[in-house]
Design a protein around this ligand. Sequence first.
Ligand code: DQA
Length: 149
Amino acid sequence: MDILVLNGPNLGHLGQRQPDVYGVLGMEAVPDLVRSVLGAQADVVQLTFFQSNSEGALIDRLELAWQNTIHGIVFNAGAYTHTSLAVADCLAWIKIPCVEVHISNVHARTTPLRQTSLMARHCLGSIAGFGLLGYALAVQALVQHLGQP
Ligand code: DQA
């Protein structure tokens, strides 16, 4: 099962960016978290990681995932979650099962806009507030949804 783990703007320096909000771990911790959540099932999952600060590059990567018939997407679109109709439009037509992830609990944060997601209606569901564990939980949700192994 091929899963794309896609990160949007300002998620390229996790571990260094506001560790009080986003934690001290970088994305390199995610494969071990996936293994700890999935156990032996992790063997059926191929993860591909991509991060960009650019809206267009994220859409290009989503379209490539569609061309390559990627099975599922774990997507933390960062601030584009709340603002990008273009990213939401892309998810609407490629129709690859997608789980929205946020490291922080966006619903508990002070900026009201963070409680809005333009992409949520095009996703299977969303996970927020569990730090990088959220990526592993999202992979688990996709494995269950896709029904493998
Ligand atoms: C974030 C939450 C967003 O509101 C913010 O713009 C981010 C990170 C998160 O993972 O908690 O860049 O998506």
